[in-house]
Design a protein. Structure first.
Length: 307
């Protein structure tokens, strides 16, 4: 049985926290409004800041099905909405011919029946579900091209799609829609206007520590503070790809698996591949620069102990 949507901003915060998602109040506010008013939530931000996780947590905490449309260049209607099961249709035609059926109109009606319809994520999200309206995650929309983005307007405007052979299929219950973008290109205003918008930023030091406490419980408080301090300093640099929260969690987890109790230059050099994903960034940090950042982080921690 599904859980009711939150009735307040505080309830939205608690809902996310119940799924181990440490959110700030601005995200909880826009999420509450999106759920209350039945509007899609459009989340933009750097990769690894937790945009996709919002939909996963909602599905888990609200006990709803999660239907994910992973976007990519060249995504089309057949992959995103529906297609016909041509092999089964051909078998049906052969069987009809063997039985002496020659009424083409009747045959066409038989083979273009919902029995032969393969429901891809968008159409599946409009279908009835016993658990209630599903969570539809349209992930990394910026990877698609503009024609597909334009196609989404019908879905997000009226929550319906048109299958020429069957007509218009409208959602019996409006799905909860979360759209994410890494902002590799701008999404058209017409689509954004149909959504509530939230920029998912990197967390501040205190909130990132709370996240590591939940997501990387094996790391000691001392190590977690050093990891977060180091990562926060890296985000100030002009790197090709700054580490996101996901990388902070991975690094803290990896370090705890290595039984590290304290960051040191050698450990950092040996594990930078967990934190950074581009060789140019790794080469830049290895050695003296990483050591200098670590000295600053340890000095800051000593000067301002976290209360």
């Amino acid at each position: 049985m599904s859980t009711p949507v939150p009735s307040s901003i505080d309830a939205a915060l608690e809902l996310l926290k119940g799924g181990d998602y440490i959110a700030d109040r601005s995200l909880a506010t826009v999420l509450y409004l999106a759920l209350k008013l039945g509007r899609p939530l459009f989340c933009e931000g750097e990769a690894g800041v937790g945009k996709t996780e919002i939909a996963k947590v909602l599905a888990a905490t609200l006990k709803r099905p999660l239907i994910r449309l992973q976007c990519y260049e060249g995504l089309d209607v057949n992959s995103a909405v529906y297609e016909w099961n041509y092999s089964r249709q051909m078998i049906e035609i052969r069987l009809a011919e063997a039985q002496g059926v020659h009424d083409r109109g009747q045959l066409a009606a038989d083979i273009f029946d919902e029995r032969f319809l393969i429901r891809r994520p968008l159409l599946e999200a409009l279908s009835p579900h016993a658990e209630g309206a599903p969570i539809l995650l349209i992930d990394e929309l910026d990877r698609t091209d503009e024609p597909f983005e334009a196609y989404l307007l019908e879905v997000l405007s009226d929550f319906q799609v048109t299958v020429p052979e069957l007509g218009t299929i409208k959602a019996a219950e409006t799905p909860i829609v979360i759209i994410t973008s890494n902002r590799t290109r701008e999404i058209h205003d017409a689509l954004k206007r149909r959504c509530f918008y939230h920029w998912v930023d990197y967390p501040d030091l205190k909130r990132e520590l709370e996240i590591l406490k939940v997501k990387a419980p094996g790391a000691s408080e001392r190590l977690s503070r050093q990891v977060v301090g180091f990562v926060q300093e890296l985000r100030k640099l002009d790197l090709f790809k700054a580490p996101g929260v996901a990388e902070s969690i991975d690094w803290a987890t990896a370090l705890s698996e290595l039984n590290a109790l304290d960051l040191d230059p050698r450990t950092i050099n040996d594990t930078l591949g967990v934190l950074l994903k581009y060789q140019d960034d790794i080469q830049r940090l290895q050695g003296s620069e990483a050591a200098e950042i670590l000295r600053k982080v340890k000095s800051d921690i000593a000067a301002q102990p976290l209360g």
